[in-house]
Ligand binder design. Structure first.
Ligand SMILES: N[C@@H](CCC(=O)N[C@@H](CS)C(=O)NCC(=O)O)C(=O)O
Length: 206
């Protein structure tokens, strides 16, 4: 059984979990409870002290995109998956860049202001938040065109990650989603997939 080391409350973990569901790869979630720890063993040996990681027979795979690619290799289910490198136009590539940025900005905001309780008006967080909102505004304005241009597929990393990000904004109450109606509409539709229904955000019990 594969072990997904992460948290049910983490958007990066959920991307990997949704890929596992979509690809029919069974896994066991091993919850990381203390994300403030500086002990890499708490993160199953990830030296960057980050999650998620995937433990397989052959070792550890760090990071959600790596994990998704590994799951695709392990899956016996034929699925047409669109990876970032298959999206060649500038708009789609910019969308990926801003999506990864927004996901990282969400981590910065949550860890900095909610977990570490540092002042949100510090320039580090104020600028981080402005860039976070800017990325979301851009994604909201371009999402429909980017989705239309995606190649025929069963699954894309872009859509799964975008869905996980948008739902996480509300789950962690970091930013209001009302200014991003196209992202909300996308998430409502994408959220009907069984893989989304099977992986709702929640805080893992200790
Ligand atoms: N590059 C990593 C980023 C993962 C990441 O930032 N995970 C967050 C949780 S959603 C984390 O580990 N936060 C703990 C921290 O930043 O200290 C990936 O793609 O998986």
């Amino acid at each position: 059984m594969l072990q997904l080391i992460g948290r049910s409350s983490s958007h990066f973990t959920r991307v990997a979990a949704m890929f596992a569901h979509e690809l029919g790869v069974p896994y066991e979630l091993v919850a990381v409870h203390d994300i403030t720890s500086s002990d890499s063993q708490v993160f199953a040996g990830n030296p960057a002290l980050k999650l998620p990681s995937l433990r397989t027979e052959s070792g550890l795979v760090f990071g959600c995109e790596n994990i998704c690619r590994k799951l695709a290799r392990l899956s016996t289910r034929p699925r047409r998956i669109v990876w970032p490198e298959q999206e060649e136009d500038d708009e789609a590539r910019n969308a990926h860049e801003l999506l990864w940025h927004a996901m990282a900005a969400q981590v910065q905001w949550v860890i900095g202001t909610m977990v570490a309780k540092l002042p949100a008006d510090n320039v580090y967080f104020a600028k981080g938040r402005a860039g976070f909102e800017g990325a979301l505004q851009w994604l909201d304005a371009h999402v429909e065109a980017v989705l239309r241009a995606l190649p025929p597929r069963d699954l894309s990393l872009f859509e799964v990650a975008l869905f996980c990000l948008v739902e996480h904004l509300t789950f962690r109450q970091s930013l209001p989603v009302a200014p991003y109606p196209r992202l909300v509409a996308f998430a409502q539709t994408f959220g009907q997939r069984p893989s989304a229904q099977a992986t709702p955000y929640r805080f893992d019990a200790r």
